[in-house]
Design a protein. Sequence first.
Length: 111
Amino acid sequence: MGQRKQYPSDVSREQFERVRFLFEGVRKRTKPRTVDLYEVFNAVLYLLKSGCQWRMLPDGFPKWRTVHSYFAKWSEPGSDGISVLERALKKISWRGPSQTGTQRHDQLLDR
C-alpha cells in the first residue's frame, strides 16, 4: 500500500506505539496479520471525527469491512466496562467530537 493522504484525525506513529500493545492483545492470532494496525487505528479515528458512513471511508485506508471488524472488537467493554479503544484514546489524549455523527444527525432531525 502506498502513501495515503494525511487527515487531521491522524495520530503520529509515536503516539500509536504508546497504545499498540492494547490492540495487539485483542484479536486471537490464528494467522499472520495482513493489515497495518496503525492504518486501521487512523481509519477508526477518521470515522469517529468525521461521522461518515463506513462505506465512505476514503481510499488509502484499509477496506471498510476490515476497519469495522477491528472497531467492533476494540469497542467491546472489558471486565471493568471500559473498551480497549476508550483506553487507547485516553492514553494518547485524543480529542474527538463530543458526539458521534449519528447523534448529531438525530438532533438535526428532532428539530
